[in-house]
Design a protein around this ligand. Structure first.
Ligand SMILES: *Cc1c(COP(=O)(O)O)cnc(C)c1O
Length: 403
């Protein structure tokens, strides 16, 4: 047997860019996770909205192992059956007519922004190159995507950054009206800002963005990396809002935990990516595509999507009950199973302390900034696990508020 690795090994051999929890998960089943010592956790974090079907969903394990015995990778010098089936399914279920695959959310957005620039250059000339995004937005960690994302702390020290990227306050129609012009090639919006604190867009805001893009010949990009794949109660959040983008980026739960990203768009917009203009060695490989295809099939079942709404109601009611006693949260917001519990003024900046208190009670939660606890459990979490997780969170909040 090899020697033991522990949390302290992390500090000896890994880059210091993360600060992981004190325990190391070794096994997961559904919405329960076990660590090295056999301690059990209820998972309300869902791998940051990735494990949409929980851990080791039997149908995903079957899809993965079945494909693993057939064909893993051939590169895009060749196409493959799973990727074609996945593209057929995603275009069949959405507004889109074409799909491009990559391996992460950042890569999906990188492709979306490059495509928007290329499309504008092709149709209007190189001067139409400005990308408008929202403050507090998050679009990934490549240099282009951190630049478009609206959080300066993620670009500090990494300059010079790409040019012609402008930011507007989120949900502010007047500010968007003032900013969009003939120079704008794209407006990019998360229907619910995830990392930025679980902040849903107003329907009127997305409608205004759609109208302004149409008026100025700009493309509307929805970053649905976090909101996609049933998270908000529809396959993609744009369906609930009734506002259709020109380009949609997807990742996170698309592969249910297996890395894959995608952009979806119309045939006309996609045609700007002619042969050789963009690519990814791993993008759309058979293994990732086979798993994603199964995940899409399961998540798009009406009973799974309806289950998200039922679980939302259960979780929100349970949180309200806890909060009536502990008065830690000012507000619980979000859509479907993407919820943000906003801390009261008195607890400002202390979301990490609550995360640690929850960990101590055996429940995994997330933060979204210093003032918001974020929950993004499996879409098919057992209602009994929601109750048990809430019981543990109750104790965690009592310990936190009493401390
Ligand atoms: C997580 C996230 C990304 C980045 O995805 P990665 O797979 O980490 O590159 C982009 N946009 C949004 C909205 C996200 O939540």
């Amino acid at each position: 047997m090899s020697h033991a690795v522990t949390r302290s090994t992390y500090d000896e051999v890994m880059f210091p860019n993360y600060n992981p929890a004190g325990f190391i998960p070794v096994r997961g089943q559904g919405s329960r996770v076990w660590d090295q010592d056999g301690r059990e956790f209820i998972d309300f974090a869902g791998g940051i909205a990735v494990n949409g079907l929980g851990h080791c969903h039997p149908e995903l394990v079957a899809a993965l192992t079945e494909q693993a015995g057939k064909l893993w990778h051939v590169s895009n010098v060749f196409t493959n059956e799973p990727v074609l089936r996945l593209a057929e399914r995603l275009t069949g279920l959405t507004f889109a007519e074409r799909a491009f695959f990559c391996n992460s959310g950042a890569e999906a957005n990188e492709a979306a922004f490059k495509l928007a620039r290329k499309y504008a250059a092709d149709h209007y000339g190189a001067a139409k190159n400005e990308i408008i995004s929202c403050r507090n937005a998050f679009h990934g960690r490549t240099l282009f995507t951190v630049t478009v994302g609206g959080q300066p702390k993620y670009t500090e020290g990494f300059g010079p950054v790409p040019e012609a990227v402008r930011h507007v306050p989120f949900n502010d129609i007047a500010a968007l009206e003032a900013m969009v012009s003939e120079r704008t090639c794209a407006v990019v919006i998360e229907p619910v800002q995830g990392e930025g604190g679980v902040m849903p867009a107003d329907k009127a805001y997305l409608e205004a963005a759609r109208r302004l893009c149409d008026q100025h010949g700009a493309l509307l990009i929805f970053d649905e990396v976090q909101t996609g794949m049933g998270r908000t109660g529809s396959l993609y959040a744009y369906m609930q809002y009734g506002v259709t983008p020109d380009i949609l980026s997807s990742a996170k739960a698309l592969g249910g935990g297996f890395p894959i990203g995608a952009i979806l768009t119309t045939a006309k917009v996609a045609s700007s990516f002619v042969v050789g203009t963009h690519g990814s060695t791993y993008g759309g490989n058979p293994l990732a595509s086979a798993v994603a295809l199964r995940a899409v099939d399961i998540i798009s079942r009406p009973e799974v999507l309806a289950g998200v709404t039922a679980r939302h109601d259960q979780l929100v009611a349970g949180l309200a009950d806890l909060n009536a006693r502990h008065k830690v949260f000012r507000e619980v917001r979000g859509m479907g199973l993407l919820l943000g519990c906003v801390l009261q003024e008195a607890y400002a900046g202390r979301s990490r302390d609550i995360l640690r208190a929850a960990e101590a009670q055996g429940v995994m939660v997330l933060v979204a900034g210093a003032d918001v606890i974020r929950l993004a459990p499996s879409l098919v979490i057992d209602p009994a696990d929601i109750d048990e997780g809430l019981r543990r969170f109750d104790t965690a909040l009592a310990n936190f508020a009493g401390a």
